[in-house]
Write a protein that binds this ligand. Structure first.
Ligand code: AMP
Ligand code: GLY
Length: 433
């Protein structure tokens, strides 16, 4: 008879996802003395250096639960929103496996923009005025009498590509037709939102939340557009830095009072089970802060700049959140430094791009404020090769933003693959302010 294997002292953690965000999560967990084993599904070539990677798609919730049961996982951590929408948290809870992330119902705060906007309206969370439409005729009719630009948003998940800032009625009508009639986003575009265009600095706030307690992390700023000067198409994110001086202590207090506390109250009133990260994308406008969107997970690449600054044991925070004991964590402790991340992407991203290109220069010495978190990479024999749109996240940690950027760009210059694209102006808004 097989004897059960003796249980080691440390925890076994399963990370779901395979991008730069999941690499930094794995790296941070690896530093905790409480973590014994890390498994990541599907992971990537960088993560494979510190965790066992198992090739399961994040939406295959049953297969992932089987993997977790088989490996006696103590805690699962969800990276991507598609897994939350697929109901991974509900599936794991059925098997009594602890998991960090909101359940499917609560994750609608990200997976349905209509639901999120109605939640904000109901709980008086400041956001742009909006109207919801479920027919193209009504939406186009409404767009005849609005002031431009306006913003058109697809209701469902669209990998960051379902938001359009339009400058004229013709453009609005064209966009609405594509989304609602041609169905370029499938069912995600069944309903849409038309909302006022806001001007200001955009910042990201992520907070741990177990439904009773909410603890914010340091504020960061992401650069979503593909090209320098924040121009061009939206991407998953081309770089970020943390903290951002745009969020002063006064603004942080406003975020708590006007966004995070009402958010918590809304969860309670709606009976939503939320044990994970709430990420608020905010616009700091001349008439106060407004929420652009909620995400129900760690941001990417924001996490790559926030976690390197965290001093409090990351496993403790995740476990406390997943088990409804976040209050026991108290205030988070942070390094008094700045981190900056430059994303290296494949030529053509966020459109079509080639893969399978050899990456050179990854053998540089890391540590001491120099980090590389892999996104789309695989290992072929002894070579690292590209396997995605966003390929690498190059992170520098230093005493100020300028120095952390210098550090990141020094590494970037040594890393080569054909057609490598990166923005040379990460952090420009703060450096110019
Ligand atoms: P969202 O997915 O809703 O955060 O939108 C993606 C991006 O579109 C945001 O990060 C902003 O850069 C931009 N955006 C969204 N809503 C607005 C708005 N009301 N006014 C101006 N820009 C917006
Ligand atoms: N960086 C934006 C996001 O994670 O959605």
């Amino acid at each position: 008879m097989n004897k059960p294997r003796p249980r080691s002292k440390g925890a076994r953690v399963l990370i779901i996802g395979g991008g730069g965000r999941e690499h930094v999560i794995a790296w941070k967990l690896k530093q905790s003395r409480k973590v014994d084993r890390l498994i990541c599904a599907p992971g990537n070539a960088g993560i494979a250096k510190i965790a066992r990677c198992v090739d399961i798609n994040p939406v295959k919730t049953r297969n992932l639960a089987d993997l977790a049961v088989k490996n006696r996982i103590d805690l699962a951590v969800v990276g991507p929103e598609v897994a939350l929408e697929a109901g991974i948290v509900d599936e794991f809870q059925k098997h009594r496996i602890k998991i960090f992330g909101p359940n499917k119902n609560a994750a609608r705060l990200e997976s349905s923009k209509v639901y999120a906007k109605e939640f904000m309206r109901k709980y008086h969370i400041p956001t742009a005025p909006f109207k919801k439409f479920s027919s193209s005729g009504a939406a186009i009719g409404f767009c005849k009498s609005v002031e431009y630009p306006v913003v058109i948003k697809v209701d469902g998940l669209a990998a960051g590509k379902g938001v359009f800032v339009v400058d004229s009625f013709d453009e609005a009508s064209d966009t609405i037709t594509k989304v609602m009639e041609t169905k370029t986003f499938g069912d995600a575009g069944k309903n849409i939102i038309v909302e006022s265009f806001l001007r200001g600095q955009e910042v990201s706030i992520m907070a741990f939340c177990d439904g009773k307690t909410i603890i914010p992390m340091l504020p960061s700023q992401d650069h979503k557009q593909a090209y320098e000067g924040d121009k061009g198409p939206n991407t998953g994110g081309m770089g970020a830095y943390c903290p951002t001086s745009f969020v002063t202590p006064e603004i942080m207090e406003q975020i708590e009072v006007y966004v995070l506390n009402p958010f918590l109250k809304g969860l309670e009133k709606e009976g939503l089970i939320f044990r994970g990260v709430i990420y608020a994308g905010l616009m700091l406008t001349s008439s106060g802060l407004k929420v652009l969107e909620f995400n129900c997970r760690f941001g990417d690449p924001e996490t790559q700049v926030v976690l390197p600054l965290l001093r409090t044991d990351f496993f403790d925070i995740l476990m406390a959140t997943a088990t409804g004991k976040l209050q026991s964590i108290g205030k988070l402790s942070w390094r008094e430094q700045t981190s900056a991340c430059v994303v290296m992407a494949s030529k053509g991203y966020p459109g079509k791009y080639p893969t399978g290109l050899t990456i050179r220069g990854l053998d540089i010495k890391l540590g001491n404020g120099n980090y590389i978190f892999h996104a789309g990479t695989v290992k072929k024999g002894n070579n690292w090769v590209t396997a995605g749109g966003r390929v690498l996240n190059v992170v520098g940690l230093e005493s100020d933003l300028k120095l952390s950027l210098d550090k990141a760009y020094r590494m970037v210059k040594n890393i080569k693959f054909d057609g490598a694209m990166y923005r040379k102006d990460i952090g420009f808004r703060s450096l110019q302010a």
